[in-house]
Ligand binder design. Structure first.
Ligand SMILES: [Fe+2]
Length: 254
């Protein structure tokens, strides 16, 4: 059985530690810094077998070098970012199936935030590690790719089953929620989950993981192909990809 531990890092990053007790394998996803991971592992008396990156940004890979040095872990990262992430042992690409923490995992190439970004999906465990592609009520800024690419990437994630638990790279939920409420104020389900989000954040609790099925109904960035929604925000007549771009730009200046 897979255990997932959520570690706070830097100002608003999440690092995930994955533990397979049965196989005695421990992995970390996106260690933006090493210290909180080392402290956690010391406490548990676990070694670190695998370091995994979704993309090359420093707040996701900043702890790589120190962790690889201390634990001699294997580094698993996207083939598309081989020139931007050092010392990769196992290069992964789109639609490949690999083992992470001894668990069957599918890789999705999701360009947009960076050109080589990948997400990791574990079908049996029903969980998705979405990095900076999909956030709770939001999506990553489109830094390197095009709006078309980011929309296609989000569609890949949207096609996963509703009962998927999503673990994203940042705690941006409150600010994403403000924007979602601004453009989708009559969404009863969004209002319901907004209360839950506020309660969690008031207590300092993480809002991850979140449910993908709910997300498909309340995340404005996943609804660029929902004609009624698009009409309600005044973008009617565009194709979904264009609508997505307009929503993204609106959020950028919100
Ligand atoms: Fe990033």
């Amino acid at each position: 059985m897979l255990e997932i531990f959520v570690i706070n890092a830097l100002s608003d990053n999440y690092i995930y530690i994955l533990r397979n007790e049965h196989k005695n394998i421990t992995s970390v996803i996106d260690p933006g810094e090493a210290e909180p991971v080392i402290n956690f592992l010391n406490n548990k008396r676990w070694n670190l077998d695998e370091v995994i990156n979704t993309h090359h940004h420093h707040d996701h890979v900043g702890g790589n070098a120190k962790l690889l040095d201390i634990y001699k872990s294997k580094l698993i990262a996207p083939i598309y970012e081989n020139d931007r992430i050092s010392n990769i042992d196992i290069l992964v690409s789109d639609n490949e199936t690999i083992n992470i923490t001894g668990i069957h995992t599918k890789v999705f190439h999701t360009p947009g935030h960076t050109l080589g970004h990948v997400c990791f999906y574990m079908p049996k465990e029903k969980c998705l590690f979405s990095g900076d592609t999909l956030f709770y009520l939001g999506c990553g800024r489109v830094f390197e790719g095009t709006m078309d690419q980011m929309w296609s990437s989000l569609l890949k994630l949207k096609s996963l089953p509703d009962d998927t638990s999503v673990y994203c790279g940042h705690e941006y939920t409150l600010s994403n929620m403000k924007f979602a409420n601004y453009i989708d104020s009559n969404n009863a389900l969004l209002n319901k989950f907004s209360l839950e989000i506020k309660n969690k954040r008031e207590k300092g609790l993480p809002t991850v993981p979140f449910n993908l099925g709910v997300e498909k109904k309340i995340n404005p960035f996943l609804r660029a192909d929902d004609d009624n929604f698009i009409e309600s925000v005044g973008f009617s007549g565009n194709n979904a990809s264009k609508s997505f771009g307009e929503i993204r730009l609106k959020k950028d200046s919100f």
